[in-house]
Design a binder for this molecule. Structure first.
Ligand code: FES
Ligand code: FE2
Length: 357
């Protein structure tokens, strides 16, 4: 397989992973619309949507929930409170106090119990009649809640997972962005790798999709791309995109700098906003690793690097959320035809979402 950075005009900078690549003006890149077949994207999306979730939803970054105060979340229209018990284990319960409904995200924590700030009711992980905590999973980077009444699927003991780099010498950061859309719009955006160098020219160059999902084999996209650093300098990698669950897309670097690093994109439905339209949170966990000497000590610089990692992810999601919101608006607007799984057609433009005449 040809490396994204190995074509003519590229030059390696000594032994560093950074390559100089031949710069192509944005408008002169090879168009990708003919390859970005809506039926391929739609098919991959449909298969992802049919995968079991076990009713698990990402609710927060693990490090965002400390021992000192609870955190409130609304998932699929349900108010939740997240806190840590006496042993530091994460716990999730209904967000309204079972007495008169006070907001438990404003409760105090005392020896690992929630103490309601309206009348002092003490709540712990064993619950009380009318108020039962739900299963919670802390994978060290993300917190998940199992909401059986929302998911309606067969519950599982743990969320659908995928391999992550080992703990030693890895860096992780979690960024969250909220959009007016549904989870499938977020997943559909991630299952369109062809937009990368067009919509995010500041981050990607020379993107080439070398494998599209085959449900009978590896149901994945394989992409060669140069992550742009500055000007003509960038890091070429080969990455795969897979969906381990209906609301998750995982990008894993298979070759190039940072092999094994993953970007997990989780789409969590929040419920309708004040305008009645759906809101979805994109919770993106970047878990970076490298076998380079010195990276094993990355944890020392993590507090400084983490905000930078979050900023990069958030910048990309500013554009991607606009894509997802646009998709949601089109597919839910009256008078539009097209769907998440448009039928195959020989005309690459008409296969997508478009208004009826
Ligand atoms: S509302 Fe919580 S104790 Fe009364
Ligand atoms: Fe994107």
């Amino acid at each position: 397989m040809r490396s994204a950075g190995s074509g003519s005009g590229d030059r390696r900078a000594g032994t560093t992973p950074v390559h100089r690549f031949a710069r192509t003006p944005w408008a002169e890149q090879a168009p990708t619309y003919a390859e970005a077949d809506p039926s391929v994207i739609g098919g991959a999306l449909e298969r992802a949507r049919r995968r079991p979730s076990g009713n698990w939803y990402v609710i927060a970054a693990s490090r965002d929930v400390g021992r000192d105060r609870p955190v409130g979340r609304t998932i699929a229209g349900r108010e939740l409170v997240v806190w840590r018990d006496r042993d530091g284990r994460a716990a999730v319960g209904p967000g309204a106090c079972p007495h008169l409904g006070a907001d438990l995200s404003c409760a105090r924590i005392d020896r690992g119990d929630l103490v309601c700030h309206w009348h002092g009711l003490r709540l712990d992980t064993s619950g009380v009649p009318g108020w039962s905590p739900m299963p919670c999973h802390d994978d060290g980077v993300l917190l998940w809640a199992r909401l059986d009444i929302v998911g309606g699927e067969q519950p599982t003991v743990a969320p659908p997972g995928s391999a992550r780099p080992g703990h030693a010498g890895r860096l992780d950061a979690v960024a969250t962005v909220v959009g007016v859309c549904e989870p499938e719009d977020i997943v559909a955006n991630r299952l369109d790798p062809w937009h990368g160098a067009w919509l995010h020219p500041y981050s990607f160059a020379r993107l080439r999709v070398v494998e599209t999902p085959d449900p009978d084999r590896d149901d994945r996209f394989l992409v060669e791309v140069v992550f742009r650093l500055a000007g003509r300098w960038g890091v070429p990698v080969v990455a795969e995109f897979v969906c381990p669950g209906p609301r998750t897309v995982v990008m894993r670097i298979l070759s190039g700098e940072g092999v094994g690093s993953v970007v997990e994109t989780h789409a969590t439905p929040l419920g309708p906003g004040p305008d009645g339209l759906a809101r979805t949170a994109v919770v993106e966990a970047v878990i970076a690793s490298s076998d380079r000497p010195g990276f094993a000590r990355a944890h020392r610089v993590a507090p400084a690097v983490r905000p930078l990692m979050r900023r990069v992810a958030t910048r990309l999601w500013r554009d991607d959320i606009a894509y997802a919101q646009r998709r949601y608006r089109l597919r839910t607007a009256p008078g539009y035809r097209g769907s998440a799984t448009p039928a195959a057609s020989s005309d690459p433009v008409s296969r997508g979402l478009r208004p009826t005449a």
